[in-house]
Write a protein that binds this ligand. Structure first.
Ligand code: 2BA
Length: 108
């Protein structure tokens, strides 16, 4: 069994959750915040059999799109003695996914 931890943009969440649910995936949504932009995103925990991982990744890819944003709209995290003197364009990825092995899966 595997655990997918998918960090996605909030705008993509409703359709992504609908698609995953319709395809029979179980998930937990955590409200999260990106360390760099310090803006809200969402983290989905999805426990699934190994042979379903690719199907799940395909659904995530189909629903999550990259978007441009600018540092002028946000206060980014930088080292204390550094600053960004002008707006910087940033492309936030469609999704960041970690795939980890699950040792045990218990439901009581
Ligand atoms: P944030 O940390 O808010 O980062 C948003 C976007 O800002 C990133 O998009 C990237 O394009 C840019 N960025 C991040 N750190 C940067 C830096 N030090 N210098 C310049 N630009 C930087 P993504 O890479 O697509 O990441 C989207 C979100 O996924 C991140 O939001 C974070 O919440 C999560 N994430 C990405 N990589 C991660 C990792 N290795 N570990 C944990 N979370 C990660």
């Amino acid at each position: 069994m595997k655990l997918l931890m998918a960090i996605v943009q909030e705008q993509d969440l409703p359709l992504l959750q609908d698609d995953l649910t319709q395809q029979g995936f179980r998930m937990t949504k955590l409200a999260s915040t990106g360390g760099f932009l310090k803006s809200g995103n969402a983290t989905l925990l999805i426990g699934l059999d190994e042979d379903k991982v690719q199907d799940c990744l395909d659904i995530i890819k189909a629903n999550c799109q990259s978007r441009k944003t600018s540092t002028s709209m946000v206060s980014v995290s930088m080292p204390a003695d550094a600053y960004i003197p002008y707006p910087m364009e940033i492309i936030v990825g469609g999704a960041t996914v970690f795939i980890v092995d699950v040792v045990d899966y218990l439901r009581f």
